[in-house]
Design a protein around this ligand. Structure first.
Ligand code: PNS
Length: 165
């Protein structure tokens, strides 16, 4: 059983995230999309909202062979990976600029859990500039994000912005 976790903030999930999940499906039997519950941050979406959205959009990328689930975690990613029985941590790389931070994180995680490998997957170049932070900024300032985040996520973001007015 090859189980991996795909950890992140997913605030909000983007098409870049979905692209990485899609690319990881043939490599593993099971993938746990792991949403970090970071109490220091003031997120746009609560952890529960992010998990719910991910569960709703994942069927659009699932292939049936690899089981994909969603969970949230607090604390260290390496601890969560071990507790989950994962042998790999999947991370997406969009551009060279991501690499330095990702490398340090991968090496630290390997120091903490030597048996768990980080697997870097390259996102489609179409999403090389897509980040959750940019998506929030553009949408909040009235720009278009169609094709960059799932329609359901865009709708939830607009709902939230509307209720916060
Ligand atoms: O989507 P993000 O924000 O790039 O994800 C970053 C994340 C959640 C993977 C990273 O911040 C993380 O692993 N945080 C948990 C705390 C931890 O394990 N820190 C040490 C990493 S070496």
């Amino acid at each position: 059983m090859r189980r991996a976790i795909f950890p992140g903030s997913f605030d909000p999930p983007t098409n870049g995230h979905l692209d990485i999940i899609k690319r990881s499906l043939p490599l593993f039997d099971e993938i746990i999309v792991a949403v970090l519950n970071n109490p220091d941050k003031h997120p746009f979406f609560t952890v529960e909202e992010r998990c719910r959205m991910l569960r709703e959009i994942l069927p659009s990328v699932s292939n049936g062979d690899c089981e994909v689930s969603v969970d949230s975690f607090s604390g260290l990613t390496a601890d969560f990976a071990r507790r989950s029985g994962a042998s790999a941590i999947v991370r997406g790389i969009r551009a060279v600029s991501d690499y330095e931070y990702e490398l340090r994180m991968a090496l630290m995680n390997r120091k903490l859990e030597p048996e768990i490998e980080t697997v870097f997957l390259m996102a489609d170049e179409e999403y090389s500039y897509v980040s959750s932070t940019l998506m929030k900024q553009v949408l909040m300032l009235g720009g278009r994000v169609a094709g960059l985040i799932p329609e359901l996520v865009e709708a939830r973001m607009r709902e939230k912005l509307e209720t916060e007015k």
